[in-house]
Each structure stands twice: as C-alpha cells, then as structure tokens.
Design a protein around this ligand. Sequence first.
Ligand code: IPE
Ligand code: IPE
Ligand code: MG
Ligand code: MG
Ligand code: MG
Length: 290
Amino acid sequence: MQKKLNKIAKDTNIFLKKFIKKQKKSELIVPMQYGLFSGGKKIRSKILVDVGSIFNLNYRTLLIIGAAVECIHAYSLIHDDLPCMDNDLIRRGKPSTHIKFGESTAVLAGNSLLTMAFEILSHKDLNVNEKTKIRLINNISESSGHLGIAGGQYLDLSYEHKKISEKKIIEMEIKKTGKLFSFCCVAPLILKNKSKKDIQKFENIGADIGLLFQVADDLIDYNGSLSAAGKKTGKDKKKGKATLISLLGDKNTIKYANKLILKINTKLKKYGPKSKNLTETLNYILNRNK
Ligand code: IPE
Ligand code: IPE
Ligand code: MG
Ligand code: MG
Ligand code: MG
C-alpha cells in the first residue's frame, strides 16, 4: 500500500512540476510550490486511481485529474492554517506557508492553487472530450465552494466552543473533507459516462470515505504526535472543535469508524476483486498515524 501511494505521489509531483515549468514565472509560484510539494500523502489521488481501476481507466488521465485535486487540497491546507482559521504553525513537519512567507502571500498562493486546478482540468494535457471536462470542472467546483470545502470550513469555525449534534458534525465533516473525496470517486464514472444513479452511488461512497478520513484525522489529533503527524496534535480540544470525539468520546468514535468501513465495503462488494485496492486504502486511512 505505502509503495503504491509513494508511486502516485511521485508521479503526481512530476506532472505538477512539469505543468508549472511550462508556465510563465511569477513570485507567487514559490509559496505555491512550498504548499504543494511539502510532502502530502496524495491519498485523494490514490482513491481516484483505485476507483478508476474498477472501471479500467487510463492511469495518466486519472493522475492528471488527481493533480488538480491535490492543488485544491494544498490550497485548503494553506488557508486552514491561517491565523483567522486554525492558526497552525506547522504543516507536514515544516513551518506553515504563512509562517514562511507571510499571511497575505499565503492567502494569494492558496487562491492561485485553487484556480490552478481549473487550469489543469481545462488544459489540453488532459486527453478527454470537452463535454467531459466541463462536467469534471462543474463537479470539482461544487465540491470546493460553499457546498463543499469552503462551506464546511465555515461550519467548522462557527461550531467552535458549541454543543453540536452528531448529525450536524457529520454534515460539517462531509462538506469540509468528504465532498472532495466524492469528486475523486465520481470522476472515473464521469469519464465513463455512467448513469446518474451510478454516479449518485459513488458520490455517497466518496462522502463516507471522506468522513472516515476526517474522523481518522480527528483521532490523530486526539492521540497522535507531532513527530509522526507532521502537525501539532491535541489542538482540536483546545480550540473547542466540534468533533465526534468531543461528542461521543474516542472509544465510541473508533467504533463509529469501524462501522463506517463495514458500510463502505458492503457497498463495494458488488465490484468483486476489482475493489481490492480501494478496500486496502480504506484500512490505511483508518490505521494511519499521519
Ligand atoms: C489533512 O489532509 C486535512 C484534512 C482534510 C483532514 P491530509 O492528511 O490528506 O494532508 P496531507 O496532504 O497528507 O498533508
Ligand atoms: C481541515 O481539517 C479540513 C480541510 C478542508 C483543510 P483540519 O483542520 O482538522 O485539518 P488539519 O488537522 O489542520 O490538517
Ligand atoms: Mg480546520
Ligand atoms: Mg486545521
Ligand atoms: Mg485535524
């Protein structure tokens, strides 16, 4: 699993570096590259490749779409660490982008990474027909805006120091993290022009995987370490973040996550041995320490 993840990370970084090299230079590109190449796991790209392999899709096509996803993800982390958001000084074991380059530069580098995702998806390097590209761009935009990352981040911040119901916490986690995973699960079906019903099914699977991912991230914050995670832990409690752990306790949250994996795997059974890679990734997601 780690080997496969490393290969995807390496291939994604090679693509992104080449893509950036072909563009004109700017001063902002330095903090953008800092946020983009500071060593993320590329788990979202792995999910894309896993789902893509169920539908026999071309690796390079999936990789390019994954590169766009990683740009959006990197932007969301740069902004997530800002003083007006989570105020975190360390990311991926290094100073956060705003610590290294200053706050306004970090905001603008984040914005530029977000829009770079759309440059990638609309670029000729991505060898799919234009109608499909528009559907991909439409879906990833919705996953990133007020119905996705931005909307979820808004809820995350507005729920601090409040008692929030389980339903609302789950809804917030699905928005801030799950929606981008939904895109990763749906993109292969868009490429294959699958039915609305199938797309809906994978959208839900993606939301569950993203929720699982965020719950695991919350557990790492609860009992992980800075040296393993590459970011300060024990912060959610201090900041009064509304998480399943704050509501149900860590043991019940672990139980919840195990049930969630079972639920996702039941939905994947239909795809037989082809879903093995994805199942492997789910186990990694829950058992990771970074
Ligand atoms: C961290 O994401 C932020 C969340 C959505 C929980 P990752 O754990 O995927 O971050 P990197 O890219 O590997 O650093
Ligand atoms: C971040 O969630 C979710 C995003 C969409 C960026 P967290 O705030 O828990 O992520 P970390 O723990 O700082 O990586
Ligand atoms: Mg946050
Ligand atoms: Mg944070
Ligand atoms: Mg966290």
